[in-house]
Design a protein around this ligand. Structure first.
Ligand SMILES: C[S@@+](CC[C@H](N)C(=O)[O-])C[C@H]1O[C@@H](n2cnc3c(N)ncnc32)[C@H](O)[C@@H]1O
Length: 280
């Protein structure tokens, strides 16, 4: 087998890999299991945290004042369901077919009216505007700098004047604990990446500007499939730089989307923004 040069080179920052991750038929089934396990943090956070987070959202941004809520990257709808039960009119957007299908069925079973849309939020196109937009579990930092600008523009285009945006990112504090590592795993069946046997070569790489790459090469028979997962870590200063040209103001900083303010302790940073003019 000829090994590709890419195995031995550090990819350019935020270089995308061709293989689907969230949308892949098999990987998305593994991710759905992770989302729905109330005790793990694999794809959604633990259910106890999500419940605390929903309580915080309801207290800070009550459904009476912010009735129309857009949940970007809603996954199988764990937040969307709880927020609907709390009184919001929720639209959930995710590009994973498996998650959206699961979310629609789960809502129907519970007779919850939730508008689920299978869309890429980078090309978001919805006919309505919202009072509150959330994007939870650090999706923002998984995007490249140009894509982060696109998602902010999409949010603002779908937000009413005076509407709010709540989202979180991984913190610089967490970045400081990360080291470059290399690992391999030999998996015989039903692993994360494939139901068939594979060898995984895995590495964590650190890039300038507080960026990491978690890279996996999956080797199967004559095929080598790379997956790049990028993260940018932020502090308040670098995160505020992201929206400096947009009509928003910071209402509050939190250390997570449950409203804590343990800035010296937490792996995350969360911000609540308000749209200040309608010129987007
Ligand atoms: C880390 S999970 C968080 C799910 C949910 N917000 C939660 O906290 O339970 C990220 C979600 O974003 C979705 N996602 C990632 N990139 C997306 C994109 N470009 N457009 C739409 N959804 C996306 C994934 O399919 C996944 O469901």
């Amino acid at each position: 087998m000829n090994l590709p040069q890419s195995l031995f080179e550090r990819p350019a920052v935020y270089q995308k890999t061709a293989a689907a991750f969230w949308e892949d038929e098999y990987i998305s089934s593994q991710m759905l299991k992770n989302h729905l396990n109330p005790e793990t943090e694999g794809a959604s956070r633990k259910l106890s945290f999500i419940e605390e987070s929903v309580t915080f959202i309801c207290q800070t941004l009550p459904p009476a004042d912010y009735p129309k809520l857009l949940d970007l990257g809603c996954g199988p709808g764990i937040y969307s369901e709880l927020l609907t039960k709390a009184g919001y009119q929720v639209t959930g957007v995710d590009f994973s077919k498996r998650s959206i299908e699961y979310a629609k069925q789960a809502a129907a079973k519970q007779q919850l009216e939730i508008d689920y849309q299978q869309q890429n939020y980078l090309s978001l196109n919805l006919p309505e505007k919202y009072d509150l937009i959330i994007m939870i579990y650090c999706d923002f930092g998984a995007l490249s700098a140009p894509d982060r600008q696109i998602v902010l523009q999409k949010m603002l285009a779908h937000l009413k004047l005076g509407g709010k945006i709540l989202f979180d990112v991984f913190s610089l504090k967490k970045f400081q604990t990360i080291r470059e590592t290399k690992n391999w795993h030999y998996v015989l069946e039903n692993g994360f990446w494939s139901p068939k046997p594979y060898l995984e070569l895995q590495q964590t790489l650190i890039y300038p500007q507080n960026i990491t790459l978690e890279q996996s090469f999956i080797l199967q028979k004559n095929q080598l499939t790379p997956y790049n997962i990028w993260t940018t870590f932020f502090d308040q200063h670098s995160l505020a730089n992201e929206w400096k040209q947009y009509p928003v103001k910071v209402c509050a900083w939190f250390s997570d989307v449950a409203g804590h303010r343990d800035f010296d302790q937490q792996d995350t940073l969360a911000v609540l923004l308000e749209k200040t003019t309608d010129k987007t």
